[in-house]
Design a protein around this ligand. Structure first.
Ligand code: BES
Ligand code: MN
Ligand code: ZN
Length: 495
């Protein structure tokens, strides 16, 4: 969708959107439309019991005495409290309504309103929300009816001529979110470790330095935990690092993001039940978020040094697959008893995180992973879980979550949980008891974090995919994590 901030509306008839607040408080453009239509807008609002609540919507088709194809009133909530997030939701509601409506162009008029943020900011975020909500993954739908196909191609935002500068970085962020959604949406016969890496090649055009480890390289480094997961698959594993240094200081210590990239998780020999197993194509959601976040940071030329590392494997049952009870040795020399081959994400992360620390000497490591079903039992689909060894880092991430809408809720770490993953025959086992399953998973990863490194683990199993549409995404891949990580860097590492 093309977002523009022209001085006047397009002369061809199109969908016109106006803002209305609580108590029926009309923006100047809404008043003008109501006057032009002889009060038709006001009567429609009354008939719909429209209360001006944020993103509520009333539509008048073929409004009298206007060239518009339709007139839409959208609620702002209390305008003096409307912030960037509120305008994103408004943009999202417009896109959701008009996307496949047959309209190709819409305009929304912000002239003469005042909100909690400058109008340029409001306009840019309204456009951003529309772009994010406008995403679809239709590439495999070859017989879709014309009426179901997206039509909306242009959104003109009026009354905010100077919004372009505020919108440009948001367009970069949206591109990152779309990259994540594309990766997460693709089935596992299309996106597997090698093709994931191949799909990222164009990040080099944005100035990102790519480093790729193939299987022989990982064998040489002794990544027995990651390789153990991969050994049942015919798809070769990969680690990919994406480095963006926008500081101008080659010696600055980076922030490192690490993503779980299990391109399909059957469970391995500890095979998952069939119902819903297709969901495990998005078990690379952490890697997808990290890749999209790197895209976003480079696209908006963030003044920070950030490295994204993704550990890419497929977890399959096979004659060569690892067995429950196998003992593997991770890159840092710790031995791991693999009790359950379905607890594979932590086995991938531990080697990826160790390699990232050895290679990049980061001061901060944040990992993202669709790690446990238990986090969905704890937090549902509203919050990802955050585990951290540093209160300051946790607070920064939670604040970035609140600001971006990619929300986080803090979960505990404690020695009493750590004890639960001691193994009778190795240094550590890969599962604890069923109770507290997300916490023991986090404790496992913690054993691979170097002293002095600030670390947070985000369990995003409940967030990477949604079975229903939200304000800024359709059902399917949400792109969770991209806006969160972008915000986290913007707020803390670009000063
Ligand atoms: N990828 C799954 C976690 C998951 C489950 C993500 C549902 C998204 C939706 C992970 O690899 C897994 O299988 N975890 C097990 C761990 C258990 C064996 C200790 C789980 O959560 O059941
Ligand atoms: Mn699993
Ligand atoms: Zn998994």
């Amino acid at each position: 969708m093309i977002i523009a901030f022209p001085p006047v509306a397009d002369s061809a008839p199109h969908a016109q959107v106006v803002l209305v607040g609580p108590g029926g408080a009309m923006s100047p453009a809404a008043t003008a439309a109501d006057t032009a239509t002889g009060g038709q807008l006001r009567r429609a609002l009354t008939a719909a019991r429209f209360d001006g609540e944020a993103a509520a919507l009333v539509e008048v088709l073929a409004p009298a005495n206007m060239a518009a194809t339709r007139l839409i009133a959208i609620g702002t909530g209390k305008l003096d409290a409307a912030d960037a997030a509120a305008f994103e939701k408004i943009g999202g509601a417009i896109a959701a309504r008009l996307l496949a409506s047959g309209e190709t162009r819409a305009s929304v008029d912000l002239s003469g309103i005042s909100a909690a943020v400058p109008i340029a900011t409001a306009a840019a975020h309204l456009g951003h929300g529309a772009v994010l909500r406008g995403y679809r993954f239709d590439k495999y739908r070859t017989t879709m009816k014309d009426k179901a196909k997206p039509t909306l191609a242009h959104l003109d935002i009026l009354g905010a001529a100077d919004a372009e500068a505020a919108f440009a970085p948001l367009a970069g962020i949206a591109a990152g979110v779309f990259r994540t959604r594309d990766l997460v949406s693709e089935p596992a016969n299309i996106i597997y470790p090698e093709s994931f890496v191949a799909s990222a090649a164009d990040l080099a055009d944005l100035g990102i330095e790519l480093t790729i480890l193939d299987q022989p390289a990982m064998e040489k480094l002794g990544m027995g935990a990651l390789l153990g997961v991969s050994q049942g698959s015919v798809r070769a594993p990969r680690i990919m690092a994406m480095r963006w240094n926008g500081t101008g200081d080659a010696n600055s210590r980076p922030v490192v993001f690490v993503g779980k990239g299990v391109t399909f998780d059957t469970g391995g020999i500890s095979l998952k039940p069939p119902a819903g197993m297709e969901d495990m194509k998005w078990d690379m959601g952490g890697a997808g978020a990290v890749t999209g976040a790197m895209h976003a940071l480079a696209a908006r030329k963030a003044k920070a040094h950030v490295v994204g590392v993704v550990g890419l494997v497929e977890n399959m049952p096979d004659g060569n697959a690892q067995r429950p009870g196998d003992v593997v040795t991770s890159m840092n020399g710790q031995t791991i008893e693999v009790i359950n081959t379905d607890a594979e994400g932590r086995l991938v992360l531990c080697d990826a995180i160790w390699w990232a620390q050895e290679t990049y000497d980061p001061e901060v490591v944040v990992d993202l992973a669709t790690l446990t079903g238990a986090i969905i039992i704890s937090l549902g689909h509203e919050y990802a879980g955050i585990f951290a060894n540093d209160d300051g880092l946790a607070a920064q991430l939670i604040a970035a979550g609140d600001a971006s809408g990619d929300k986080l809720w803090r979960m505990p770490l404690a020695d009493s949980f750590d004890k639960l993953i001691d193994s009778p025959i190795a240094d550590i086992k890969n599962v604890g008891p069923r109770e507290g399953g997300s916490i023991t998973a986090a404790q496992f990863i913690k054993r691979f974090v170097k002293p002095g490194v600030k670390w947070a683990h985000l369990d995003i199993a409940g967030m990477a995919w949604s079975s229903k549409a939200g304000p800024l995404f359709d059902k399917g891949a949400t792109g969770y994590g991209v806006r969160l990580l972008d915000r986290f860097i913007a707020a803390n590492f670009e000063g």
